[in-house]
Design a protein around this ligand. Structure first.
Ligand code: GTP
Ligand code: SPV
Ligand code: MN
Length: 588
C-alpha cells in the first residue's frame, strides 16, 4: 500500500519518504505537525524512555535534560563530507567523497537501521514563513530528541508542509543515530542533490540538519548560484537614545561569543541605548531593492553554549532559558536544577555530572561538558527584535569578523574598503574550542568563521564574496574585532560581554561616517579617546595592550597567511594575495 498522510498529498515527498522507509525499515512512520499536543506527546514518550529527564518543574517549567552518548558531544569535522562530483569543487579545506561512493557507503549503514524504531518525518522552514527567500527541508530521523529540538530551532510541522504544497523543491535530509559509534559516523552533504545524509550521531550540528548542514553548507552553495550569502553570523539591532536603529551582522567562530554579543546589555554609561537580537548563529544576506544588504535569521531558536552563561555575562540568555528549554549535557543538582561551570552562585557541594555520575565540589573533572548546550525558543528572548519574522529581514550597516586570538589582532579595526574587508575575513584565525571534537586552543585559519561550514571550495567562496561588491551598491562597512587578547599574565585584557557595546558604538559611528579614525598599515583603528571607557575600571596600559598593533607579530601573521592561501592554488583570487603582499612589503 502506498504511503499516505493526512498532512500532505505531495507526491514527491510521499514517494521519497516511502523510498527512505524501505531502506531504513522503521516499524512506523510518523509525520510531524508541530502542534503543542504533539510536542507534549513526544516529550512524554521521551521521558518514559529516559531520553529526556524532567528538571525541577518549579524552577525550570517545561524544561528537560538530555544526556548524549559521551562519545557524541560535538560536531565531528573529520567525519563531515562535501560530496560534489569532483574533489576540486569541495576544495582543500573540506573532506570529500564522490557522491556515488558516499551514497553506497551510507546506504549500507542506513539499511535496516530503523528496525524497531519510529521514523519521524520532520518538515521545517528555514527563514520566515511565506518568504520567497526561505528554504524548506524535510528531515527523516529516528531520534525523538532531534525531532523535539527541530521543533524549537525551526518553523516546524504543518506550516512547512502548507508552504511546500505540491512542490518538489525541498532539502532531503536523512538522519539515523544508528548505534552512535564514531567508527560508523558520517555527515554527508550532496549540494547538487539538495540532500543531506547523516548517520551515527545525535548531537547538535551533526543531527539537527536544518542548522549547519542546510542553512550553512547547502545554503552557501545555493547562495553562490543564486547571488546571496549564507554566513555563520549573529544579527543584532542597536537603537540609540533618539530611536535610530542600526543593524550589524557578526561572524565569530563556534563558541567565540555570537550568542553573548547578540543578547548584550549595554553598560550603565549607555543609558537609553538598546540592543535587539535578530539571530545568534546564522544569517542569510541578500541584496535588497534599495541596494543595501539585508539579513534574515533562518532559525527560530538558540542552540547555545551553557558554560559561562550567567546573570552577569548574559542575563538575557538566562531569561531565555527560564522555561521550555532542552538542556544537553549539563550537570544537575539534587534539587533537579541545572548547573554548569561559570553559573552564578556557589559551586554546589554535590552534583550529578553530565555523564550521570556523582560529582563532588573540588573534582578535577568538569561537571558540565564544555560543549553542553541549551535549546530555547527565540520567543523567550526578552530583547527579541520585532523583525525576526519579517520576510525582508533587516538592513545591515556593518559586518564584523572576530576570532579568538591571544595575540596580534587588536580590539577593533576597520577595513579600508570591501576587498580589504574580504581579505580580513578570509585570513581570520581563531583558537579551536569544544564546539568540535579534537584539540582545543590551537590557532587555525577560520575564514569568515566558515571553515567547517562552507559547502564548496573556499577559494570560490572568497571569489563570491569579492563579487558581491558589484551587486551591493550600498555595502555595509567591514570590521574586525578580538575580545580574546591576553596579557602577559594570561588573562583576557578586555572585559568583554556588555562592555563590547563600547566597541560596537565606535563601529556604528564609523558605519554612519560620524567619527574619524586613525590609519594604520592594516586598517583604521579608533583615535585616542574615541572608545568610550567612562564607568569602566580599566588601566590605560591594559587598553593600550588590547588595541596595540605589533609589527613583529603582524609580520609572522602575514607570512603564515601565505601557507593558507597557497593551498588553493590557481583557484585563489589574486586580489586577496595581492593585498597580503602589499601589506607585507609596506611593513618591511
Ligand atoms: P556557537 O553557538 O558555537 O556558534 O558559539 P557562539 O559564537 O554563539 O559563542 P557564545 O556566545 O556561546 O560564547 C562561547 C564562549 O565564549 C562562552 O564561554 C562565553 O563565556 C565566551 N565569551 C563570549 N563573549 C565573550 C567576551 O566578550 N569575552 C570573553 N572573554 N569571553 C566571551
Ligand atoms: C557551532 O558549533 O558553531 C554551533 C553548535 O553553533 S552546532 O549546532 O553543533 O554546530
Ligand atoms: Mn555556530
Amino acid at each position: 500500500m502506498p504511503l499516505t498522510s493526512n498532512l500532505t498529498t505531495n507526491k514527491h515527498l510521499l514517494g521519497w519518504v516511502e523510498e527512505m522507509a524501505a531502506l531504513c525499515q522503521p516499524d512506523s512512520v510518523v509525520f510531524c505537525d508541530g502542534s503543542e499536543a504533539e510536542t507534549k506527546r513526544l516529550t512524554e514518550y521521551a521521558v518514559s524512555k529516559g531520553i529526556l529527564i524532567p528538571l525541577n518543574q518549579e524552577k525550570h517549567p517545561g524544561s528537560y535534560l538530555h544526556r548524549s552518548n559521551p562519545n557524541d558531544v560535538a560536531r565531528v569535522e573529520h567525519l563531515t563530507f562535501i560530496c560534489t562530483p569532483t574533489k576540486d569543487e569541495a576544495g582543500p579545506t573540506n573532506n570529500w567523497m564522490a557522491p556515488a561512493d558516499a551514497y553506497l557507503k551510507l546506504r549500507g549503514l542506513f539499511e535496516g537501521s530503523m528496525k524497531g524504531r519510529t521514523m519521524y518525518v520532520v518538515p521545517y522552514v528555514m527563514g520566515p514563513l511565506g518568504s520567497e527567500h526561505s528554504k524548506i527541508g524535510i528531515e527523516l530521523t529516528d531520534s525523538v530528541y532531534v525531532t523535539l529540538n527541530m521543533g524549537i530551532m525551526t518553523r516546524m510541522g504543518k506550516p512547512a508542509l502548507d508552504m511546500l504544497a505540491d512542490s518538489n523543491e525541498f532539502n532531503r535530509g536523512l538522519h539515523c543515530t544508528g548505534d552512535v559509534n564514531p567508527e560508523r559516523r558520517y555527515i554527508c552533504h550532496f549540494p547538487q542533490d539538495n540532500t543531506i545524509w547523516s548517520f551515527g550521531s545525535g548531537y547538535g550540528g551533526n543531527a539537527l540538519l536544518g542548522k549547519k548542514c542546510l542553512a550553512l553548507r547547502i545554503g552557501s552553495y545555493l547562495g553562490r548560484d543564486e547571488g546571496w550569502l549564507a554566513e555563520h553570523m549573529l544579527i543584532l539591532g542597536v537603537e540609540d537614545p533618539d530611536g535610530n536603529k542600526t543593524y550589524v551582522a557578526a561572524a565569530f567562530p563556534s563558541a567565540c561569543g555570537k550568542t553573548n554579543f547578540a543578547m548584550m546589555i549595554p553598560p550603565k554609561r549607555f543609558a537609553g541605548w538598546r540592543v535587539y537580537t535578530v539571530g545568534d548563529d546564522i544569517a542569510w544576506l541578500r541584496v535588497g531593492e534599495d541596494g543595501r544588504l539585508w539579513a534574515v535569521n533562518p532559525e527560530a531558536g538558540y542552540f547555545g553554549v551553557a558554560p559561562g552563561t550567567n546573570m552577569k555575562s548574559n542575563p538575557n540568555a538566562m531569561k531565555t532559558i527560564a522555561k521550555n528549554t532542552i538542556f544537553t549535557n549539563v550537570a544537575v543538582t539534587k534539587n533537579g536544577e541545572v548547573w554548569w561551570e561559570g553559573l552564578d552562585g556557589e559551586v554546589p557541594e554535590e552534583l550529578t555530572d553530565w555523564k550521570g555520575q556523582p560529582w563532588k565540589k573540588g573534582s578535577t573533572e568538569k561537571a558540565a561538558h564544555p560543549n553542553s548546550r541549551f535549546t530555547a525558543p527565540a520567543a523567550n528572548n526578552p530583547i527579541l527584535s520585532a523583525h525576526v519574522n519579517d520576510p525582508r529581514g533587516v538592513p545591515i550597516s556593518a559586518v564584523i569578523f572576530g576570532g579568538r586570538r591571544s595575540n596580534t589582532i587588536p580590539l577593533v579595526m576597520q577595513s579600508f574598503n570591501w576587498a580589504h574587508g574580504v581579505y580580513l575575513g578570509s585570513t581570520m584565525a581563531s583558537e579551536t574550542t569544544a564546539a568540535a571534537t579534537g584539540a582545543t586552543g590551537v590557532v587555525r585559519r577560520d575564514p569568515m568563521a566558515m571553515l567547517p561550514f562552507t559547502g564548496y571550495n573556499v577559494a570560490d567562496y572568497f571569489a563570491h564574496w569579492l563579487k558581491m561588491q558589484k551587486a551591493v551598491p550600498y555595502p555595509p562597512k567591514i570590521f574586525m574585532v578580538n575580545w580574546f587578547r591576553k596579557g602577559t599574565d594570561g588573562k583576557f585584557l578586555w572585559p568583554g560581554y556588555g562592555d563590547n557595546m563600547r566597541v560596537l558604538k565606535w563601529i556604528i559611528d564609523r558605519a554612519h561616517g560620524k567619527v574619524g579614525a586613525q590609519e594604520t598599515l592594516f586598517g583604521w583603528v579608533p583615535k585616542q579617546g574615541h572608545i568610550d571607557l567612562s564607568g569602566l575600571e580599566i588601566a590605560p596600559e591594559i587598553v593600550d595592550a588590547a588595541t596595540h598593533i605589533d609589527d613583529n607579530e603582524w609580520k609572522i601573521e602575514l607570512e603564515s597567511q601565505k601557507t593558507f592561501f597557497d593551498q588553493f592554488g590557481e583557484r585563489m583570487p589574486r586580489t586577496l594575495e595581492l593585498i597580503r603582499q602589499q601589506l607585507l612589503s609596506r611593513l618591511s
